[in-house]
Every structure is written in C-alpha cells, then in structure tokens.
Design a protein around this ligand. Sequence first.
Ligand code: ATP
Length: 137
Amino acid sequence: IEETLVLIKPDGVERQLTGEVLARIERKGYELVDLRMLTPSRELLTRHYLEHEGKPFFEGLLAFMSSGPVVAARVRGIRVIEGFRSLTGPTDPTTAPPGTIRGDLGRAWETPTILNIVHGSDSPESAARELAIWFAA
Ligand code: ATP
C-alpha cells in the first residue's frame, strides 16, 4: 500500500471541479486520508517544483500556482501513484485522452500557462517528499 500527493490546482478549484476530481479518486477505489485547502506561498512552491527551477516556464508556473486556493489530498491505495497518474492523463490537456481528468475536463486557454487541473506525484520518492511539504505537521 502506498500514498500519493494529489493537488487540485487553482484552475481546478476556480472551475469548481474539486468534487469531480475527488469523486473520481473515490470511485476508482482509493482512500482520501487527509485534505486541506490553501493558497500556497512561493516558498512552498519553490520546494515542490525544485526539479523545474531555471526552466523557462518556472516563473509563470509559480505565479499561476500561487494565484488562488489549491486543494491538497493525501490519497492511499495499492499502486496509487501509478494509478492516479493514469486517471490524470498526460500534461497537455488538449491531447490528453478522453476518459482522463485532463482529457475530459481540460483544454487550452488564452494564457501561456498550461492549465491542467491536477497534479499527482510521479514516484514513491516524489510522493514522500511532496507529502512532507504539503502536510507538514
Ligand atoms: P504534474 O507534475 O503537475 O502532475 P506533469 O507531471 O504532467 O504535471 P511536469 O513535466 O512534471 O508535468 O510539469 C509540472 C507542471 O509544470 C505541469 O503540470 C505544468 O503545469 C507545468 N509545465 C510543464 N511543462 C510546461 C511547459 N512547457 N510550459 C508551461 N508549463 C509547463
């Protein structure tokens, strides 16, 4: 059994897709074990997005992610890290397959930022690191 960090990003919260995303996680059979809503600081986001520091989209990503409330969920299940990435679909919502969260609910908008509704940890190491950041005691 493992745990992953799921984020409903500011675009998802703003579009009132929180319930839809959490419902998909629950219907898949994963367990929600902790939830919080916050507008993340740049400091928190810099830690979360460590691997993207210095990339051309980094500043825009931080500005967007700190622009409004985010819902963070601790989600538990067997192979949930891989399973939630599969529910999510690939990064670009325009071409994400129908049936996935990004494919069903996302598309391109008139902004340079990719608005793709959710984040999910991509490995056990990332999950442990990210859960410690978002659910620090
Ligand atoms: P996430 O980590 O949020 O689940 P992902 O694994 O699909 O997304 P990553 O490559 O880890 O994608 O990128 C993290 C996030 O950074 C993306 O979800 C997106 O919001 C943003 N991002 C990635 N690549 C670009 C890009 N080329 N232009 C703009 N934003 C980008």
